[in-house]
Design a protein around this ligand. Sequence first.
Ligand code: GLV
Ligand code: MN
Ligand code: MN
Length: 415
Amino acid sequence: MPQRLPNLHINADRMWTDIHETAKFGGTPKGGVRRLTLSEEDRQVRDWFRKACEAAGCEVHVDALGSMFALRPGKDKTKLPVGIGSHLDTQPTGGKFDGVLGVLAGLEVLRTLNDAGIETDAPICLVNWTNEEGSRYAPAMMASGAYAGDFTVEDILARKDADGITVGAALDAIGYRGPEPVGKRRLGAFVELHIEQGPILEREQKTIGVVERGQGILWYDGRIVGMERHASTPMEYRQDALAALAEIVLAIETIAKSHAPNAVATIGEAVIAAPSRNVVPGDIAFTMDVRSPDGAIMTALDAEIRSAIMDIASRRRVEIAFDNAWRKPPTIFDASVVGAVEQATAALGYSNRRITSGAGHDACNVNAVMPTAMIFVPCKDGLSHNELEDATKDDCAAGANVLLHTTLALAGVVG
Ligand code: GLV
Ligand code: MN
Ligand code: MN
């Protein structure tokens, strides 16, 4: 931390007000947020964000996948900006903090520097990445993935939601298909603040997680085709797609538990093609999400799950298509940026521990093209992707202060 600035802190009240203000865009009766990427609610929060960044003296640039980059100039124009930020989209029954905290804490960093009249050497670039959640469009962290070169922009623009609307059409509908080529705005480093989305920090009563790794993620699209039949069909005649799915659900639970604590597996979507109370289901589409911090275990999980599925298909006389839709290897964050987060945390006096992220984050993608790290703060009961997701004002402020001082360390202070 620069000697002259140890007492510089963000304005926790202002950030807390913003968190609750933006939660109104897509706010749900249970106190959560439904703000699917590129929806009307997403447009509203993007407009709010753009205005707030402009009011803080930043130029806002938008790339061809709608990611937003708010630039606070630095003294040295030859230096690449230090990137900070996260995402403003949410799950269908999401909370007020997942993603939002990292963006609004970034905004608070910019405002705090403005209030204190601090000029940094390198510029600072606050980013709102498009479609981190992956709920409306697969995969998650889509735009940061394209930014890092994992996907072509054409591929992503052509992806469709459940209603057949492409990413390109959805961007146009909300006016956020920007002119800037994806990946062109290069950054010198990236730091993302996020709630932990797990129970460790709360359980150990630590304020800050210094994130050094991220789990790998496998996504699959599956389809089970059996035979629709009258509900009076004797049990031995059936080719029940739902019964096959039920076996798959239990099989992946057993497989993931056999690798505990280094594996989790989830079927979060399952759709019966023509549901009817008195028809044996004959056609079901489902998705699967499998995670591990270890690449070798990911490979083993893939093989074990495929073998279990083949066995279930043959015993139940159904056809099962099971395609890998996305493979994100485990992330090892940059040691020097992790070190900068740790130093800022120690200088501010917050209790902390090193931690691995269970969730995927845009930081995991951009780590491949720039030195990156993350900061975690606790969330209540480890609960996330839920309308009741909660975090304390003090913990959020602590995370934002670590973000502020990490940013200052990376950007350098001029005056
Ligand atoms: C993003 O929210 C993910 O971890 O799937
Ligand atoms: Mn998130
Ligand atoms: Mn999320």
